[in-house]
Design a protein around this ligand. Structure first.
Ligand code: ATP
Ligand code: MG
Length: 386
């Protein structure tokens, strides 16, 4: 029945309901005939008052006879019959439509039961006019939003599981090394002081790596929440980027990479959380340095366009594959197949950067073509948070 209804887009009555409607019609017609007769009798009584019972009954029967077989004799009754006819038809229509509406409601309720029994992919398939139609559309919209909420909940749950898996993996790897090296020391399985120092150094480096991960994770969960408070202040964006660039120059020159900063205008006052924004540029520059394989140049361009500042951090070298571009900002995503810690950090840097930019009501995206990989940030000059 449900499939049938889907095709028709209208309520299809069952044969039981059809016979119910038919019986309702017949009963109404019988009742109306009886009512009409009674009214007719009353009318005759009023017109020809003070008659005996016998003459009254004979009068009524003659009147009925006259009405149907000799209508001319009672021409004055015609409008009354016409009026009665209209009233009868209206009553009949009203009763049938009322019963039909009850049936529609029954169908809606049964559809609701069907959905509430776990069939969340089902929607009330028929469309009605008036209030019932509005009710159906509201129910369908409600089911839609409920299903969406359930799915969102499921996605969050799944992403939490993934987070735990990734974190456990990233913590377990250095932890295993630390335990391994400390175990060797504990069992005195080293041949010289140098070897002992090498073991402690490795364990120390691994412990630091774990600390970075835990710190990043803490930062990530903090900036992920949309209600994270920002300590907004007015600052010069060009000056801030300039400082970050200076901090990177030494590291870059060691790798024979030049860092150029183009600021337009040379001073640009805006509002934002400087500590968090520095974190964004730090990560973008260290990424450019780390992942710009065979790259020789990093260019930072910061320009005021309308009511926002557009900052581009780009580096030459190996491009990022197209399919990876959108995934870069997912936590723990790293382009390299192996999640080896040799080549980089935890894979949280860009996820944190994106969250920070979003907290500032801005957006960030990446492009990689013609030998250049660019990260573009749009930030409003005025913070709406203030
Ligand atoms: P973290 O920043 O947490 O120390 P990470 O640098 O690996 O770790 P992200 O900064 O989020 O993590 O970067 C994610 C991945 O994006 C990197 O692992 C790298 O594969 C790729 N990537 C980022 N920037 C560049 C770039 N400029 N050129 C090429 N690949 C890049
Ligand atoms: Mg990074």
């Amino acid at each position: 029945m449900r499939d049938k209804q889907k095709k028709h887009n209208r309520i299809v009555l069952t044969s039981k309901e059809k016979s119910e409607l038919l019986i309702e019609g017949i009963v109404t017609i019988i009742l109306l005939i009886l009512l009409n007769l009674a009214m007719y009798m009353l009318l005759i009584q009023i017109v020809q008052s003070s008659l005996s019972i016998e003459s009254m009954i004979s009068n009524i029967s003659t009147s009925i006879y006259d009405t149907f077989y000799s209508p001319t004799s009672y021409a004055w009754k015609k409008p009354i019959f016409f009026l009665l006819g209209i009233i009868d038809l209206s009553i009949l229509y009203w009763r049938l439509i009322r019963r039909y509406r009850q049936m529609q409601q029954r169908h809606i309720i049964s559809e609701l039961h069907y959905i509430s029994n776990g069939h969340y992919d089902h929607r009330i398939p028929f469309d009605l006019n008036g209030d019932s139609g509005k009710l159906i559309r509201s129910i369908n919209a409600l089911v839609d939003s409920t299903v969406e909420a359930i799915e969102e909940e499921r996605r969050i749950e799944q992403s939490k599981d993934e987070l735990i898996t990734n974190v456990s993996h990233d913590i377990r790897t250095p932890l295993t090394s630390i335990i391994g090296y400390l175990g060797l020391i504990e069992e005195k399985k080293y041949s010289s002081d140098e070897e002992l120092l090498k073991y402690t150094h490795t364990a120390y480096m691994k412990a630091r790596q774990m600390k970075v991960l835990v710190d990043d994770l803490f930062e990530y969960t903090k900036v992920r929440q949309s209600n994270t408070p920002l300590s907004i202040m007015t600052f010069d964006m060009q000056q801030l980027i300039g400082q970050v660039v200076v901090d990177f120059e030494l590291e870059a020159s060691k790798k024979n990479v030049t860092v150029d900063f183009e600021a337009s205008p040379s001073s640009l006052m805006m509002e934002g959380d400087t500590e968090k924004l520095v974190r964004v540029f730090d990560n973008l520059l260290s990424n450019a340095l780390k992942y710009g394989v065979n790259g020789k140049q990093i260019i930072i361009h910061s320009e005021k366009i309308g009511s926002e500042v557009v900052i581009t951090v780009k580096n030459d070298g190996k491009e990022i594959p197209k399919q990876s571009l959108d995934l870069l900002f997912d936590r723990f995503y790293r382009v390299e197949e192996s999640r080896s810690q040799q080549t980089g950090g935890t894979g949280l840097g860009l996820a944190i950067a994106q969250s920070i930019v979003t907290l500032h009501n801005g957006y960030i995206y990446a492009t990689s073509e013609n030998g250049w990989t660019s990260f573009v940030i749009h930030l409003p000059l005025k913070s709406t948070e203030l």
